[in-house]
Design a protein around this ligand. Structure first.
Ligand code: ADP
Length: 473
């Protein structure tokens, strides 16, 4: 089967969050399973672009209304990623460091989508399936069905995978003229909430819709930032497929970011050495349990709960725990977290920013990983932490509910129901008690390390979904 994945992010090329991890791993496992897999991402100004070899396989001009942007399709030539990588180079729009957050993001991602389809229809053969990811690629299923110049793709199945339904890529009908020519009788397909809503368009037009966990699919029928009714309507073509993790990248036995590598055979020693390294780096006490958080400091992640919850936990249990935060996002949360350092020096620290290597060291060296999320479509951190023998403390939501069961019910982590400071602190209390019960603690750590979250198992579910839509053709 020839599969195209089209995405704004892909690890290790450009990563902001879990979308990159998924698009950098799933294609690799699909290739290993014998499929021809191509991943298409924009060409940002990244280290990866500078350090790798590319050949130009196609070039053209994207017409966006009155604008004309030259583009190149660059194929990475070393093939070391385990799948074929293509980067769409549109210098004027993408030769920048940050993936998102630019005023012209609508123009950028629309041009990326048009350039990608221009290239695909110029080939002799059409792909068997096109898998789009999130709203940045949401107009592709529409353009394949309705835009005259992509007629040849009308019968090629498309699938949209939703990694986060909160972000929808809305823009005003003023920009309708950006969309390549189509019969205006279809214009209402673009509309949701009085604007063009890229994610809604994909949900309407894709032949199949997947979310990154089964429970998230259930939740978005009730809470989806305005798309609830639409999700209900397309339930017949939707499926929740739990994300896997790349067990080659995330392996404590080989991870080069660690102070000491370890496996289930020597995890106690291994984790302790990594913890000592972390504690030295951040002025913490290695004899006490270490609680960490890694992620975007936003309300959806429960980031706003962290400053208060940390202060309460550190005040009540001052001598009993360490907290280490790694993240960036909302500037108010960032400054609240930074200011805690004055009061709790020696037991608390925060690294405000993005640091891939440090994240790996924390998964290895921490004892507990906090995930107080309000919304968590799947969540990968809890799976990484379990693989590294670190116990997740999660709010029961989205994919966290699918992957973490409270140890009181014989499970692999600690769970609470409310996104409140009280619930987070109560879980921390339980964790401190658990930390003193080494037998129980080690049982849960081993349970996590033994859990199979690999893509090998999950990637077949994607293939089955593709087969179903190919059969519909
Ligand atoms: P989301 O995609 O919603 O941010 P996920 O749990 O799906 O959340 O994936 C988050 C990914 O991003 C993980 O690989 C995590 O380690 C990484 N990550 C998030 N924030 C940081 C950070 N500040 N530094 C390093 N890695 C980070």
């Amino acid at each position: 089967m020839e599969i195209f994945h089209i995405s704004a992010e892909c690890y290790p090329i450009a990563k902001v969050g879990g979308l990159a991890d998924v698009v950098g791993a799933l294609p690799k496992y699909q290739s290993n399973a014998g499929h021809r897999v191509r991943v298409v991402v924009p060409c940002y100004d990244t280290k990866f672009r500078k350090e790798n070899e590319f050949e130009c396989v196609h070039w053209g001009h994207v017409k966006l209304g009155n604008f004309n942007f030259p583009f190149n399709v660059l194929k990475e030539t070393t093939d070391r990623l385990g799948f074929e990588l293509y980067q769409i180079e549109i210098p004027e729009l993408f030769d920048r460091k940050d993936v998102y957050g630019h005023q012209d993001d609508i123009e950028r991602f629309l041009s990326f989508q048009i350039a990608t389809l221009d290239w695909i229809i110029g080939r002799n053969e059409m792909p068997d399936v096109i898998n789009c990811h999130d709203h940045h690629t949401g107009l592709i299923p529409f353009m394949m069905l309705y835009c005259h110049k992509y007629n040849r793709l009308q019968y090629t199945p498309s699938m949209i995978t939703i990694h986060n339904g909160l972000y929808q890529g809305q823009f005003s009908f003023d920009k309708l003229y950006y969309v390549p020519e189509f019969d205006l009788s279809h214009v209402n397909v673009l509309e949701w909430g009085n604007c063009i809503n890229s994610l809604a368009v994909a949900i309407k037009c894709a032949w199949a819709v997947t979310t990154v966990s089964p429970n998230y699919l259930n939740e978005i029928n009730f809470s989806a930032n305005g798309l609830e009714a639409l999700f209900n309507m397309v339930r017949y073509k939707s499926k929740g497929i739990l994300n896997g993790i790349d067990i080659e990248v995330w392996d404590p036995a080989t991870d080069t970011a660690l102070e000491k590598n370890y496996s289930i055979k020597n995890y106690e020693v291994g984790k302790q050495e990594n913890k000592e390294k972390l504690c030295k780096l951040f002025n913490l006490d290695p004899t006490k349990p270490l609680f960490s958080f890694i992620g975007r400091l936003l309300e959806e992640k429960g980031g706003d709960l962290l400053p208060h919850a940390s202060a309460v936990a550190l005040s009540e249990n001052y001598q009993k725990l360490n907290i280490l935060i790694l993240g960036s996002g909302n500037s108010m949360i960032e400054s609240q977290l930074s200011s805690l350092l004055q009061d709790y020096k020696g037991n608390y620290n925060a690294f405000i920013g993005y640091n891939e290597e440090l994240a790996h060291l924390i998964y290895a060296g921490a004892d507990f990983l906090l995930m107080p999320s309000r919304v968590e479509p799947c969540g990968l951190n809890q799976m990484y932490s379990m693989r590294y023998g670190t116990i997740p403390i999660v709010r029961r939501t989205g994919g966290l509910k699918d992957t973490v069961i409270d140890f009181g019910d014989g499970g692999n982590g600690i769970c609470h129901d409310q996104a409140t400071v009280g619930d987070v602190c109560y879980s921390i209390q339980r964790a401190i008690k658990l930390y003193d019960d080494k037998k129980q603690l080690n049982k849960i750590r081993k349970m996590g390390m033994n859990t199979d979250h690999s893509w090998e198992r999950v990637c077949q579910e994607y293939i089955e979904m593709y087969k179903q839509i190919i059969d519909k053709r």
